[in-house]
Design a protein around this ligand. Structure first.
Ligand SMILES: Nc1nc2c(c(=O)[nH]1)N[C@@H](CN(C=O)c1ccc(C(=O)N[C@@H](CCC(=O)O)C(=O)O)cc1)CN2
Length: 288
């Protein structure tokens, strides 16, 4: 459809201590900037003394000039009201995917990208193994093999950071089986999403399916979370479970779990790139 008035959408995420009038102040600001609100969501942790969260999606005509003007003016309002905020346009986010040998989560993301279901660019895949090089390059995606050992991890992470610098908005660990250092994570705060193959907080760390089998669980699950220095303890974005029974071996659990892992990760990545996730402490607010 021809867009004669250059109308595009933007998203504004705001968090601040709860106070009366914040909604009317922000909506008046947007009205004064000729923004047409098309979606509005809010959450208050405690009406008396809690935190207030808001997500507003709006349209702007003459987008390129009006977006810049709105952004400049919002800086002033944000300071006056002590707002934490993020303004995003419809520009596709650039997502780097980290993998090891398992391909099911990687392929789910690539399939959704190829079908335009996931509105992102994938500038690179980085792996500590070469196994998936051919399949990734077959989709025209650059693949970088960076081998890692406990002795070489600092150098390997330095190489990865150099490849990533200025090229990505989000890193996805698609069954990447290496613990990231605090230094690496510090470059991408709440911009690294991991899929853990258990229903956290159960079975943190390595080999969760074997431990689930030994425990005799009747549900297995997967958890997508932001990566922090505390292994598998970061803010949870999405989870799901699958019913199992005594007939499942540990290997059966691993195979059955792949379906849950891939859909949970894809949903979490979709919500993040659509600017629907806000982080508060060690929790998220997801405006679905
Ligand atoms: N700093 C963080 N790094 C990673 C996190 C995280 O939450 N914080 N999530 C993990 C994913 N993961 C489970 O989902 C996981 C991966 C790897 C290991 C582990 O013990 N790795 C060993 C090496 C194992 C090997 O070489 O095969 C290690 O890194 O020393 C535990 C949990 C991704 N990273």
């Amino acid at each position: 459809m021809f867009n004669k008035d250059n109308v595009k959408r933007a998203k504004l995420l705001i968090s601040c201590p709860e106070k009366p009038g914040i909604i009317s102040t922000v909506s008046n600001f947007l009205s004064e900037h000729n923004a047409n609100i098309v979606q509005f969501d809010q959450h208050t942790t405690d009406p008396q003394a809690g935190m207030f969260f808001m997500r507003i999606e709006f349209e702007l005509t003459d987008f390129d000039s009006s977006y810049k003007e709105l952004e400049q003016d919002f800086h002033v309002l944000a300071q006056d009201y002590s707002l934490e905020w993020q303004l995003s346009s419809e520009k596709k986010k650039k997502v780097a995917i980290f993998v090891s040998k398992g391909d099911h989560c990687l392929m789910e993301l690539i399939w959704r990208w190829k079908s335009n279901e996931l509105n992102v660019d994938i500038p690179m895949v980085i792996s500590n193994h070469a196994d998936l090089k051919e399949v990734v390059e077959g989709f025209g995606i650059p693949f970088y093999h960076i081998p890692i050992s406990p002795q070489t991890k600092p150098e390997a992470e330095k190489k990865a950071l150099e490849l990533l610098k200025g090229k990505v908005d989000l890193i996805v660990l698609a069954r990447y089986m290496q613990i990231l250092s605090p230094n690496f994570i510090s470059h991408y705060p709440n911009q690294i999403i991991n899929i853990h193959h258990s229903f956290l907080p159960a079975f943190v760390g390595a080999n969760p399916y074997v431990r689930a089998f030994n425990r005799g669980v009747k549900l297995i699950g997967a958890t997508a979370h932001y990566v922090t220095n505390d292994l598998d303890e970061g803010p949870i974005i999405q989870q799901d479970v699958l019913r199992v029974n005594h007939r499942y071996t540990a290997e059966d659990l691993k195979v059955a779990g792949r379906q849950v892992e891939r859909t949970v990760l894809a949903q979490a990545v979709s919500w993040h790139v659509e600017d629907k996730v806000m982080v508060h402490g060690n929790k998220t607010i997801v405006f679905t």
